[in-house]
Every structure is written in C-alpha cells, then in structure tokens.
Design a protein around this ligand. Structure first.
Ligand code: WT7
Length: 661
C-alpha cells in the first residue's frame, strides 16, 4: 500500500499528542490577522497575493499580471512590476519619518555593541552600492558573501539587491573547497569577506579560506573586499584585495535605487541535495519579498512599533536571508543580531540578550531548544524573559517535550499561565523561500509538535505514492499543489535538475521530500525527510518518532536514530543518545536497557532500538542538522570517512572512541 512508506502504527504515538493551547482572547483581539483571512485567501489565492504585494511593498511600477504559469514549473509572479528590495527595506522607512528607529541592535561575540538606525543602515547600503558599482559590479553579476554575523553582512546583501547584483551567501563555517565550488558555479565577480570573527572569546579566521579558495587560477573573481572585524593579520593580495572601510570611505553616500523587474534574480543560495553537488537555489525579487514580508507579519504577529525581534539564524542559511536580511527590514522592524554562540562566555548568553534588549519575538531551531534543555532550566530562570510574547521554531520537527519546555521555561512569563507566549512551528525550506505551514498565533489553537496549517493562499497537501490525497488520520508525502510567490524559480544553471528534483515525482505538484501526516482534525504533522524512514521487519518506522520517544524520557537530552542494515530484519534501529547533565541515574541501572524499555512502552516492541549508544555529542552540520549518514556508517561498522562538514569535526572521533571502550 502506497502511503505506508511514511506511515504505520508507529506514527500513532506522535499523533496521540492531544494537548492544545488556544490563544488568549487578548492576543487574538490584537493580532495582525484574523480568522477570515483563510477563506479570503483560499477563495482566490492570486487576488490575495496581489493584494499582499501591493500592501506590503512599494512598487516603482505596478504589475499587470499576478501569475504567469503558462510554462510550468517555471513561474513568473507580478509580471511587469518593478520593485527595489533595498528601497523597500530602507529608504522608504526613512522617507516615512522612521529614520531614527533602530533597525539592528548588534551584539558582538566579545560584548561590543552597535545600534544601527534605519537612517544609518540606509546610508551604509547606499555607500556599499556605490562602492560595488565602482568595482565593476553591474546588474545581474554575482557576488559571493563569506561573512560572519555582523551588520556588514546585511549591508552587503542589501547593496547587491539595490544594484540588481545577485548575492550568493556562503556560510562562514564552510570550507575553502565548498566556497570555491560555489564561487565557480555562480561565476562570482566579487567576494565580500572579513578577516574573521570571534568564537568563544578568541579570534577565528575567515579570510584564509578565501585565499585558499582563490589560490588556484581559473576563477572569475576580480576583487575581494575585506571587513576588519577581529583585527588579526591577514595575507593580502595587492590589486585584488581591498579594505572595506577604505572602499566605503571613498564611496558617495548618495545613491538612487531604481526598480528591478519583479522576476529579476535576488539571490542564489546553495543547499545540499540527497546526492551530487549542492544545488544553487534561485530566488527572484517581487514574489519573494511579498511572501517573506507577509509571513513575517502574520506568523510572528510582528508589530514594528513595539516589538523587538530576534531570529538566531546565521545569514548563511535561508532563515537568515528571509527572516533577518529581508522581511524584518521590509516590515520596518527592530531586530537583534548576535555574532556568537549560545554558550559563550556562559550558557545564559541568549537569555541575557533577551533580557537586555527586551526581545519580544524569538525565532530559533529545535536543536537549540534541546541544547538549552540539556543545560538545565535553572539557567534561563536567572533572567527576566517576560518581554517574550511569540516564540518561533524552524528547521526540523520539534518534539512535544522540547515544545513544552520552550513554552513553559522560555515563554512562561514568570509562570502566569494565561500569558504564555504562543509557539509557532514553521515548516518551510530553502526552496520555498518563505514559511509555508505554521499556526497563526492569534487564530490557531497550537499543538505541541505540529506545524498544523498551510498559510492562507498556500496549497499544501499530503498524498500517497500515487499522488492521491490521503484522508485525515493518514500519512504520506508532503506536496505543494499550486505555485507560491516565494518559490524557487530554478536551480542556477540547471533547469533540468530543477524539474527532476521537485516536479517529477508527482504530476503537476512540487514534492518537498518530507513525509507528513494529517491528524483527525486535518492538521499537518511533519515526520522528517522521507529518506530517513526505516524499514524494520517490514514495518515502517520514523527516525523522528523514535527520537521523540527517547527524548520524552527525563534522562535524555538529545537522540538520533538511524536504520542500520541488518541481514534478518532489513534494517535495525540504532539510537545515539546524549544524557542530560542533570539526570540522576540510580546506581546499577543500565541507561540503555531502561531507554529500550521506554521506547517499547512509548511506541511498541518493534520500535525498540537494537542498540542504544550513549555518546557525549552528536555529529551536526553547522546549521544544526544531525548527520545521520555518519551515524549510520558507525552503526554499520564502517569508517564514517569525511566529516569535514561537521560543526565540530572531532565529534565522530569521540563517538568512535567511546564505542571501542
Ligand atoms: C527541511 C528544509 C526552513 C529553514 C531552515 C531549513 C525540515 C524545516 C521544519 C519544521 C519539520 C522542518 C524539512 C524541510 N524542516 N522546518 N518546522 N518541522 N521539519 O531549511 O535546510 O532547506 O531544510 O527542513 O525536512 O524539508 P532547509
């Protein structure tokens, strides 16, 4: 049976989660959007998006057609319209008298700070636009951005957008090889980087990776602009390398933004596929800005006059594009930008920042939430978090335990139950450009662990193997039935791969690569990538669900589950767990045995891991995703090989060492 690939009895456990938290009447009454928005948008999605485009953005030329879908899967939104992203994020707010509003509260990792108003940021972007133009960067040229989380990253992205250059941000944690392959694929003319950044109080270099990437000839880069961030000595290639402050100092602060076609490329962002080289996901201007701005306002209930918004994502990921560099500024919000890690100089750093800036909307990832859980609730309890009124989650399914912890400990508002901050679990992808599935905090009664509802105007469905919609209470594959404004337009330089990857699995539908289930109310629960599904003795099991069961045990902080090849059963469940620091395990108890029994109890005997390995860390990419592939290698007795894309490349070594013991 078709949809059994991603469903089965095992999922029932997750779906037994029946708690629901309705918004308070006060929150609902004051919310940016109200119930009627669904009916309005779904009755005529194109009219809805056209209205959003005109309401949220200032167009230099109005569009004449909302959607051109005459050549699927290649969409054109807001045909004939012209719009400048930087003008919308900056100049128009200054023209509207908001120049003194803080755009960015920058908090450097060593504790240095900077307050940047909309007027300041506009001037910096104008200078950068002039500077890049003077270096020969023209409309349509590509600019590689390899920067830490510092204001110059946002300035660079918006300056590119202003002049119609296409930025390609490469996460600062990627290696020189990864940088080079992205520079080559996009044929970048300019690289903007920094001498480095700070990590755990110490300077950490970036520019050497750029030098290495460009060491061999045959690249397209003409100049490298270098921000002096940590003051370390760096090698300098005369003629090629330029000092950011000198270049900016020489540039005029006057620059008039012109409108670009709604379909003019805004950026390329590389993301890894299941195989092969990274895909350059291409986003364009009008649709992307419309949907990111709308979702930022509706999903976070963002009030630009009063909220202080903080999205903890790095600029190197799509979340840092849509919900740091673009939407908050287009919406005129005040946001926090933080350069460092959550545990430096102490594990309360984030909560100190929330308290200091009175952050009211916090957007982060489940992996961070679980890490904080592991460190213990007494840490956030030391800070005043009462400013928080909306909490967001993104990047992977959030297990109900982490969700509840987030609600009680971070959004708990000093224990006043009725004032707890709503949690919005937001499902989307690099490819979707903007949030697609999420509760709306003033409308939806939230359920711990579920992203629940497609946004107004978004046609999400769950289908079986044959592409037929599954009934409520069943699982299948997550698809998107209709084009949406912020959708990727293609894979840079490879339209065939774009078609094959996303549009060939199901006729006329976008296939997201995720498994999902509709519960009895029709709400959507994301079950992880379909490639993480295991088959044990003919039973289908979700890695996510077993992980969720493991972390529901009070001893467990984090868990990763893989299906290891097994002669008899096809696959066997192998679990890697990190125990909580505060776990008090009775003398003589074997945690592995207790946890096996716990999983058996939570899901059923079939889901009991064959092996449970207690490990000190899990291998994670720098974006926080657990690298199950490496764990699978270990579980199957192979050398995990290349671990260079890990946030901490020594993790696999530690695990292997532990296993030998
Ligand atoms: C994949 C996309 C969207 C920005 C960060 C990740 C998973 C994302 C959720 C969520 C369950 C989620 C999916 C998706 N994912 N958000 N709220 N619940 N899963 O972007 O690196 O392009 O990854 O992340 O599996 O396909 P990305």
């Amino acid at each position: 049976m078709a949809h059994e690939t991603v469903t089965g009895d095992a999922f029932e456990n997750l779906l037994r989660e029946k708690r629901q938290f309705a918004p308070s009447p006060e929150f609902a009454a004051a919310a940016n959007v109200h119930e009627g928005i669904y009916a309005e948008a779904n009755a005529d999605p194109e009219a809805f998006w056209a209205a959003q485009a005109r309401e949220r953005l200032t167009w230099s030329k109005d569009f004449s057609q909302t959607l051109d879908w005459s050549d699927p899967p290649f969409a054109k939104w807001f045909v004939g319209g012209e719009v400048n992203a930087a003008y919308n994020a900056l100049d128009r707010h200054v023209e509207n008298g908001l120049g003194d509003r803080v755009a960015i509260h920058f908090e450097g990792e060593p504790g240095d700070t900077e307050t940047i108003t909309y007027a300041d940021l506009t001037e910096r972007v104008k200078r950068a636009a002039n500077a890049f133009e003077s270096l020969g960067v023209a409309k349509g040229d590509r600019v590689a951005v390899y920067l830490p989380m510092i204001p110059e990253a946002v300035v660079t992205m918006l300056a590119c957008a202003r002049i119609g250059a296409i930025h390609s941000v490469v996460f600062g944690g990627f290696s020189s090889e990864a940088l080079r392959s992205r520079i080559d694929d996009a044929e970048a003319k300019l690289v903007v980087t920094a001498d480095g950044t700070y990590r755990r109080g110490k300077p950490s270099p970036l520019k050497p990776a750029v030098d290495e990437a460009l060491a061999e000839d045959g690249h397209t880069v003409q100049h490298v602009v270098v921000v002096r961030r940590n003051g370390q000595d760096v090698a300098w290639t005369e003629g090629r390398d330029l000092d950011w402050s000198e270049v900016m100092g020489a540039a005029s602060a006057e620059h008039t933004a012109v409108g670009h076609d709604a379909e003019h490329p805004l950026f390329i962002l590389y993301t890894s596929g299941t195989t092969g080289k990274p895909k350059g996901i291409l986003h364009t201007t009008g649709g992307y800005l419309t949907q990111t701005a709308f979702t930022h306002s509706a999903v976070f209930d963002l009030k630009p006059e009063t909220d202080v918004y903080w999205c903890t994502a790095d600029i190197g990921w799509v979340t840092g594009h849509s919900y740091v560099a673009y939407a908050p500024l287009v919406n005129g919000a005040t946001q926090v930008m933080y350069e460092g890690t959550p545990d430096s100089p102490h594990q309360g750093r984030w909560w100190e920042i929330v308290q200091k800036y009175k952050v009211s909307v916090l957007y982060t990832a489940p992996t961070a939430i679980r890490t904080m859980m592991k460190w213990g609730s007494d840490i956030p309890a030391k800070y005043d978090l009462s400013s928080i009124r909306v909490l967001g989650s993104v990047g992977e399914p959030i297990n109900p335990e982490a969700w509840m912890w987030y609600r009680e400990v971070i959004g708990g508002n000093g224990g006043r139950r009725e004032e707890r901050a709503p949690i919005v679990d937001t499902w989307w992808q690099t490819e979707t450009g903007a949030i697609m599935i999420a509760p709306l905090p003033g409308i939806t009664a939230t359920k711990p662990g579920s992203a629940q509802v497609p946004l107004p105007g978004i046609a999400v469905d769950v289908v079986d193997e044959a592409g037929q919609p599954v009934p409520d209470g069943h699982g299948g594959f997550l698809v998107i039935r209709k084009p949406w404004p912020a959708m990727l337009r293609t894979i840079w330089g490879d339209p065939e791969r774009f078609k094959d990857t996303y549009w060939s699995r199901f006729e006329g539908m976008y296939f997201a690569g995720d498994g999902a289930k509709k519960d009895d109310d029709g709400d959507i629960w994301l079950l992880g990538r379909v490639d993480d599904v295991m088959n044990v003795s003919g039973h289908r099991l979700s890695t996510t669900e077993i992980e969720s069961a493991l972390v529901s045990h009070p001893w467990v902080a984090e868990a990763a589950v893989v299906g290891a090849a097994d002669e008899t059963t096809g696959q066997a469940v192998v679990a890697f767990v990190i125990l909580r620091g505060e776990a008090s395990i009775p003398e003589g108890e074997d945690p592995a045995a207790v946890l096996r029994a716990h999983v058996g109890h939570e899901i059923g005997p079939i889901a009991k891991p064959r092996h449970i390995l207690v490990v000190p860390e899990l291998p994670k990419t720098r974006s926080g995703k657990i690298m199950r592939r490496l764990l699978k290698d270990v579980a199957e007795g192979r050398d995990p090989g290349d671990a260079t894309t890990l946030a901490d490349p020594t993790v696999m070594h530690k695990i292997a060492q532990d296993l030998r013991k």
